[in-house]
Ligand binder design. Structure first.
Ligand code: NAP
Ligand code: FER
Length: 335
């Protein structure tokens, strides 16, 4: 076993789109688990859009990271040493120890991961935070009914690709937007979307949307905000539900963005717009994980992982989320 722990720290707070130089790989001594703790070796770590928010100054809605500190993302790994009967060496767990090769944690900071159930990487994707976001956000807030039209922005990403498939399972007509022709092809040919288009090369978003969703939009699952959201709001049906999951188009802005737009549409269409954070469903995760795992086993739900190799590529992998480099759930393999 290597005797150093390589860690990715935030070097400087990003200004606008993060740069690779905002992150640095440093070496520290292998940590020793304290009483009741375990030592873990990271197999996969996660890069997620919300991490951009915690890199800003101030407390933030999901915590914060300061220059010099390890970036605290979701990770999954194996127990190497244990000072706690709850975990044996060799077992796997997920937690928020972040972008580092080794970490110590107490069992109450960890979720057990069963490698026999599914590949351990899924604990960071389809059976983890993004999967639960898609499942509960769509079903509990979007309330899709058979025959309705569901539109999802950011459709080829970790959350969006699952939202579209869950909506199909509910008997909906599903359309989505994504940032490349290859992603659009993947949505239609591999994931069963009824329609999809490349928002980066479409000059008339509204016109394209009208053509692809001739009956209007009943549920809009919004991962991106921006111009796509303006276009969808002008196509919603009476009593539409708009699920505000994320607004990635704004995450790198340095000025406070322009205020709410087109909200009169919600009046006219008597629509609901509902923001949420997935942790509100924490107590119901077992239900969501069981259902998603069952759909995977039955061949009704597919998931793609976009795996980048090597701790030294963590910053680059994260930045790529904002340039659309990933298809499906992006992870970094550390081992
Ligand atoms: P992801 O979709 O796998 O990756 C981000 C994707 O966003 C990129 O692949 C890119 O795809 C797209 N994107 C980047 N910049 C964009 C822009 N300016 N305009 C439009 N699209 C852009 O990430 P994810 O983990 O699934 O997260 C998706 C969204 O859900 C994010 O907004 C995230 O913050 C949110 N989220 C919310 C919760 C919650 O609890 N509310 C939980 C998890 C995630 P393209 O090639 O299509 O541009
Ligand atoms: C969580 C709730 C929300 C969480 C992440 C998010 C890491 C992400 C929110 C976003 O992307 O906006 O518990 O855990």
């Amino acid at each position: 076993m290597s005797q150093v722990n390589r860690q990715v720290i935030l070097q400087t707070r990003p200004a606008g789109l993060p740069r690779e130089s905002d992150f640095a790989v440093v070496e520290s001594a292998l940590p020793e688990p304290g009483p009741g703790e375990v030592l873990l070796q990271t197999h996969f770590t996660s890069v997620d859009p919300y991490l951009r928010g915690i890199m800003r100054e101030g407390p933030g809605y999901l915590g914060s990271v300061s220059p010099g500190e390890v970036v605290p993302a979701g990770s999954v790994g194996q127990i190497l040493k244990s000072n706690n009967p709850a975990f044996q060496p060799g077992e796997f767990a997920a937690g928020m120890w972040g972008w580092q090769e080794f970490a110590c944690a107490a069992p109450n900071q960890l979720t057990r991961v069963d490698p026999a159930l599914a590949p351990i990487s899924t604990a960071l994707g389809v059976l983890g935070m993004p999967g639960m976001t898609a499942y509960f956000g769509l079903l509990d807030l979007g309330k899709p009914k058979p025959g309705e039209t569901v539109f999802v922005s950011g459709a080829a990403g970790a959350v969006g690709s699952l939202v579209g498939q869950i909506a199909k399972i509910q008997g909906c007509r599903v359309a989505g937007s994504a940032g490349s022709d290859a992603k659009v092809q993947h949505l239609i040919e591999d994931l069963g979307f009824d329609a999809a288009f490349n928002y980066k090369t479409e000059s008339d978003l509204g016109g394209r949307l009208r053509a692809l969703c001739p009956d209007g939009v009943d549920v809009y699952f919004d991962n991106t905000g921006g111009a796509m959201t303006d276009a969808v709001l002008l196509q919603i049906n009476n009593f539409a539900r708009i699920v505000l999951c994320g607004q990635i188009a704004q995450y790198n802005e340095t000025e406070i963005p322009q205020g709410p737009r087109l909200l009169f549409q919600l009046v006219v269409k008597q629509a609901q717009m509902h923001g949420f954070l997935v942790f509100r469903y924490l107590e119901r995760y077992p239900e969501g994980v069981a259902q998603m795992a069952a759909w995977i086993r039955e061949g009704r739900l597919k998931y793609r992982e976009d795996i980048v190799q090597g701790i030294e590529n963590t910053g680059k992998a994260f930045i790529g989320l904002f340039t659309g480099d990933n298809t499906g759930k992006r992870l970094v393999r550390y081992l």
